[in-house]
Design a protein around this ligand. Structure first.
Ligand SMILES: Cc1cc2nc3c(=O)[nH]c(=O)nc-3n(C[C@H](O)[C@H](O)[C@H](O)COP(=O)(O)OP(=O)(O)OC[C@H]3O[C@@H](n4cnc5c(N)ncnc54)[C@H](O)[C@@H]3O)c2cc1C
Length: 439
């Protein structure tokens, strides 16, 4: 069975570890040649579960895998457009936010353009464990994959994303009746043409509304009911003055804050990334409902201030018990599929918690450079990407800081003398209280 000995093993070939691969190739080619990424899917695809044709990225294309660390990189989104012959056409779109499918294709292109870092697809890590020497020092990592292959690595970088949030009340339902947004495209595409079409969509944020819009196109004639806990649907709360909290500098400043300050900032910024919807999608939905009403049909029902308190499955039908949060009244909703737009777990993914247990760490502390603090400083390092919102700020799970984060991790991996100058070092720092627009 295949075995690999490498210096760095990256689990996941999503944007985070691809950004790392790019930074390795540009800053530490020797290390890059001894790096392996493993990806459970057959190829690199961004947001496979909600790759809806009309959905757009919510961050600027300048926050690609390279530009903010190295604008001259050949791995920029602009170079991708140039190479694929769409630079002129993209400019005429007049947008900073490409289609989600175009970002996905950009990631595929980056993966194919890598010259040194290897990627093994269809390889799902099922077990990763720390290995210690006779003195008890952590020396390296061993990984086992679903296809029976194994790898041994000096350092490990987890870039596996966050765990989907499945509220307790839905956990007893048969798996084929409950579709989390991370599986929407695959599951809905797999439905037979004559599948029953009573659809309940749970949630009031972006992914729930995207599924409501998509399911009406994917299953013509379906009757979606949107169940929303809040009293109405609201847009993301953000502005040009708060967008700086998604910057690399802001992430660095956030790391230096004490616990109370971090909590305050995350609380104030929450509505800019969670529990909201893009104004365009909200507007589109309202217009669509208005047109439906003009045509004399109510194709979509929205139940606001409503929570699901129980869910049962009998004879192929799911029955949700709903509670009106304003009156306390209970009612039932029968459906054939439940689509969950319930987001992702804010806590560390289960795989990270298992590693924490294997390392015997009571607390999981992550350094400024995304390294888990263990007794050993130089060997058997573990880096976590995309799951450090609590310590690195609101942008951590997004594309926003990936390019520079990858540079930080590479710098941390290199001996002091070989470290590149951190991106943006020497530039004027903007204090948190400042609201100028100098950058
Ligand atoms: C619908 C949706 C839209 C979004 N839109 C935006 C946006 O517009 N802008 C933005 O900045 N962010 C957006 N995000 C946030 C998104 O999390 C980041 O953009 C980005 O995808 C995070 O990258 P990642 O590499 O950390 O994780 P992921 O993109 O989740 O990639 C993780 C990779 O690891 C693989 N993997 C997982 N477990 C294993 C395993 N055991 N073995 C091998 N491989 C494994 C997965 O298959 C996947 O390819 C969106 C998220 C969602 C859900």
């Amino acid at each position: 069975m295949t075995h690999q000995d490498v210096e760095i093993l990256g689990v996941g070939a999503g944007p985070a570890n691809l950004a790392l691969a790019v930074a390795l190739e540009e800053l530490a080619p020797d290390l890059a040649a001894r790096t392996l990424l493993v990806e459970q899917s057959a190829g690199t695809v961004w947001q496979r579960g909600l790759l809806i044709p009309w959905a757009q990225s919510q961050v600027s294309f300048l926050k690609d895998l390279a530009t903010l660390r190295n604008p001259c990189s050949r791995f920029t989104f602009v170079n991708y457009l140039h190479q694929t012959g769409r630079l002129d056409a993209f400019m005429s779109l007049g947008t900073f936010t490409p289609y989600r499918s175009e970002i996905s294709d950009y990631l595929r292109w980056v993966a194919e353009e890598l010259a040194q870092v290897r990627i093994h697809y269809n390889r799902r890590a099922v077990e990763v464990r720390p290995v210690r020497d006779a003195a008890g020092r952590l020396t390296h990592w061993e990984a086992g994959f679903a296809d029976g292959a194994t790898a041994r690595a000096r350092h490990l970088v987890l870039g596996t994303g966050r765990d989907p949030r499945i509220p307790e009340v839905f956990r007893g339902l048969p798996a084929d009746r409950v579709v989390h947004s991370s599986e929407y495209s695959e599951q809905i595409a797999a439905l037979p043409g004559d599948a029953p079409r009573r659809i309940a969509v749970i949630g009031g944020a972006q992914s729930a509304l995207e599924m409501v819009q998509a399911v009406r196109e994917d299953l013509p004639g379906c009757e979606p009911v949107l169940v929303v806990r809040g009293i109405g649907l609201t847009p993301y709360v953000s502005s040009k003055f708060t967008s700086r909290f998604y910057s690399v500098d802001a992430s660095r400043e956030f790391y230096e804050m004490d616990a109370a300050a971090r909590e305050l900032v995350l609380e104030e910024m929450a509505r800019s990334n969670y529990a909201g919807v893009t104004p365009e999608l909200l507007d589109g939905l309202y217009h669509q409902m208005y047109r439906d009403r003009l045509a004399g049909k109510d194709a979509l029902r929205i139940l606001t201030a409503t929570e699901v308190v129980a869910a049962a499955h009998t004879d192929g039908t799911v029955v949700l018990t709903l509670r009106d949060r304003l009156t306390g009244e209970l009612s039932e909703l029968a459906c054939d599929r439940v689509l969950l737009g319930t987001g992702y777990e804010p806590r560390m993914p289960a795989a990270v918690r298992r590693l924490q247990a294997a390392l015997g760490l009571a607390e999981l502390e992550v350094s400024r450079n995304y390294r888990v603090r263990t007794a050993e400083a130089d060997i058997g390092r573990l880096y976590l990407q995309g799951v450090n919102e609590a310590t690195h700020g609101i942008a951590d799970s997004l594309l926003s800081t990936m390019a520079s984060r990858a540079g930080d991790i590479v710098a941390d991996l290199l001996p002091q003398a070989e470290r590149p100058r951190p991106a943006g070092e020497g530039a004027r720092a903007t204090p948190w209280t400042s609201h100028d627009c100098a950058r």
